[in-house]
Design a protein around this ligand. Structure first.
Ligand code: ATP
Length: 314
């Protein structure tokens, strides 16, 4: 079975309990496993797919907690690394005005060291770059560049999600755009939010944005639109696939569930390279991935809310 290597950050999200207060007054926090590429690895494994996580956590109890979560979700963590630096922490609260209050303490995730022996495991498999913190510098960014090169030379199906976070890229948008476009250029599949597609393309509509981003290189583009579904685009065809109506309680991780489910389905194809020219099949797959995203919004938390294959098929 085709494996999907998910590379990037795994961190602790400390989520303030009493929403409506900013971090200066929030008293209680719940510890949660976070990090988009790690969520994607969990989403794939929960559906029965084979996923590996490549990233770095600290040699501290938080690092142990995070790797235990992935292990329990059946993600292969044999390629994960541990550093003397503390595990990366994010503190999050939603203030009274609805704005996200966010403090980020970057530690072990940026310590990832490139391992050239992994290259041989890539042959014919899939690699997902769920950027988020990866393009912010450090060993992780360096490793990203090497693994991108390895994925190209080993005929991997390459997937990219920039996971733009306003808080992390304040006053550095130009750098975010430049670094992300290098991955768009080399990827078979790109998953964007509408904000990301417009930011990276400099265009004003999703249609124009996708035309521009196809010119950069991406063969298949999905732009997730929350309750409005997903815009799917190839250079030849475009369509919006409606979402599944649900009563959402927490949308955290819906995008990761979406891309995890799409990659899981692509991994089962005999010839993933021809997907861009089979638009009906692609749209069917996106419909299923929309369902995974929708189900994830009906429970609190990103990883616990990910659907199993049985739930998806029900
Ligand atoms: P994330 O915050 O995880 O990065 P995202 O912005 O990448 O999320 P969303 O657009 O929020 O991704 O959600 C991904 C997919 O999940 C959507 O394309 C849609 O199919 C589904 N989804 C999300 N929110 C809802 C909702 N309220 N109702 C139904 N489906 C939803």
């Amino acid at each position: 079975m085709t494996r999907i290597f998910c590379i990037g950050e795994l961190l602790i999200d400390f989520v303030a309990e009493n929403q409506g207060s900013d971090l200066s007054v929030a008293n209680e926090f719940t510890k949660k496993a976070g990090g988009a590429p790690a969520n994607v690895a969990c989403a794939i494994a929960k559906l029965g797919g084979k996923s590996n996580f490549i990233g770095c956590v600290g040699k501290d109890p938080f690092g142990t907690f995070l790797l235990n979560v992935l292990n329990q979700e059946n993600v292969d963590i044999s390629l994960a690394q541990r550093s003397k630096k503390f595990t990366t922490l994010a503190f999050v609260s939603i203030a009274e005005d609805g704005e996200r209050d966010f403090v980020f303490s970057r530690g072990a995730d940026k310590e990832l060291k490139y391992d050239s022996t992994i290259r041989n495991k890539f042959q014919g498999h899939m690699v997902h770059f769920g950027a988020a913190t990866a393009l912010l510098g450090g060993g992780l960014e360096e490793a990203y560049g090497h693994y991108l090169f390895d994925a190209i030379t080993k005929d991997c199906f390459i997937s990219f999600d920039p996971n733009y976070r306003v808080d992390l890229w304040k006053d550095k948008e130009e750098s975010f755009i430049k670094k992300s476009l290098a991955y768009v250029e080399k990827s078979h599949l790109c998953k964007f939010s509408l904000e990301e597609a417009l930011l990276l393309s400099g265009k004003e509509t999703v249609e124009e944005a996708c035309i521009k981003l196809h010119e950069v290189g991406a063969e298949i583009i999905t732009v997730t639109l929350g309750k409005d579904g997903t815009y799917v685009s190839t250079p030849q065809s475009q369509k919006t696939i409606a979402s599944i109506p649900v009563n959402p309680v927490d949308t955290t991780g819906a995008g990761d569930a979406f891309i995890g489910c799409l990659l899981y389905q692509i991994a089962k194809l005999d010839d993933s390279g021809s997907l861009a020219t089979n638009f009906d099949l692609l749209c069917n797959m996106v419909g299923m991935a929309n369902k995974a995203g929708a189900i994830t919004t009906t429970q609190y938390g990103a990883i616990v809310a990910l659907p199993s294959l049985e739930q998806l098929q029900a």
